[in-house]
Ligand binder design. Sequence first.
Ligand code: SF4
Length: 195
Amino acid sequence: MGIQSWQLKVKKEATPDLDGLKKAVASCTLCGLDKTRTQTVFGVGNPNADLMIIGEAPGFYEDQQGEPFVGRAGQLLTAMLQSIGFDRNKVYIANILKCRPPNNRDPDTQEVELCTPFLKKQIALIQPKFLLALGRIAGHFLLDTDQPLARMRGKIHQYQNIPLLITYHPAYLLRNPADKAKAYEDLLSARQNLS
Ligand code: SF4
């Protein structure tokens, strides 16, 4: 067996572990957000994706449907991906938190601390070639910093030896469409680093 086909096999065998992790998340009550969630929102997409997108936490529609980025922000994310030639179904999308914080408030420190071991495991199983973080909360966790988003975006960082780029969250772009051009520059940079 050649190295490439062996690597492919090893990567494909990640799927059952991903299913096991999804089941563990579905029954998780660690931080207390289980009391207000409709369901957990584990992640969606291609488990062998080269590009993994990491958002913040489920919102109202995500909590209802059990899938990340399905509301207006999700539609914008799909369009953003299409603008650089990526099909949403070919990437993997997950969030820092797997349950919706009430009224879409920001995740608190303890929730992030308790939930992110799931995300770390997800990243380790998917083994993406590139991470695209959407928004301040995802950037803060992946870079272990509290810098403003403007200081985090526009450059390639590393997370566990995986190149990482941080850009605006689509929900922010819906409120601040003037920054869409800067987000597009970031996406082009991600595309360039993946080719
Ligand atoms: S947000 Fe994460 S840690 Fe909290 S209950 Fe949901 S899955 Fe568990």
